[in-house]
Design a protein around this ligand. Structure first.
Ligand code: SF4
Ligand code: SF4
Ligand code: SF4
Length: 173
């Protein structure tokens, strides 16, 4: 899948941050108390964490501030968030489960090495900043060298290996 340019979860975080920094006046408790929780929930989701419970919490907060907050700024901001949660439900659910369908959030990208194209040149392994790539360089007549593999638990999704591979052997999983 090609890299996209728009991620609803990322956008929701940016929009809410803008609201909180410019409009949140702190005059009423629901909005004031909800703000850090909304940030934390959006941050969790943006990083692929939290699961369905975090998503439910975000919906609850968005509704709660609309019902109990004192002014239209708070209402409008959370209404916008609630609308986005409904319109981009699939994107939010995917993030809660650890992936970004639009491939916009780099750390949620997962890569794999195509063994058919990999020539075991070792370029990717030496440049990977997190040591996520394992494998042995090609040595003529040697048969026990390990194929190249990307360990998703260590990969931060930076994409450096993708651009560096001379064989285009690294692709999104
Ligand atoms: S809902 Fe309105 S009044 Fe209440 S803290 Fe938020 S911005 Fe202030
Ligand atoms: S840079 Fe490409 S060809 Fe070289 S070892 Fe890595 S995946 Fe294989
Ligand atoms: S995407 Fe970045 S961190 Fe992940 S394997 Fe490639 S170079 Fe390493």
């Amino acid at each position: 899948m090609e890299q996209g340019e728009f991620c609803a979860v990322k956008q929701a975080y940016a929009e809410y941050e803008e609201f909180a920094q410019s409009k949140l006046c702190g005059r009423c408790l629901p909005c004031l108390l909800a703000a850090p929780l909304v940030f934390a929930a959006l941050e969790h989701l943006q990083h692929g964490r939290g699961g369905a419970a975090k998503l439910e919490e975000l919906r609850f907060l968005a509704r709660g501030v609309q019902l109990t907050g004192r002014c239209k700024f708070g209402h409008e901001a959370l209404e916008k968030l609630e609308k986005k949660l409904a319109e981009a439900a699939d994107d939010f659910t995917a993030h809660a489960e650890g992936s970004c369908p639009q491939r916009v959030c780099p750390e949620l990208n997962r890569y794999r090495v195509d063994p058919e194209r990999c020539t075991q040149c070792d370029i990717c392994r030496t440049l990977c900043p997190t040591g996520a790539i394992i494998g042995d360089p090609y040595v003529p007549y040697r048969t026990d060298n390990r194929p190249y593999v990307i360990l998703s638990s260590r990969c931060n999704g930076c994409g450096m290996c993708v651009s560096a591979c001379p064989e285009n052997a690294i692709e999104l999983a």
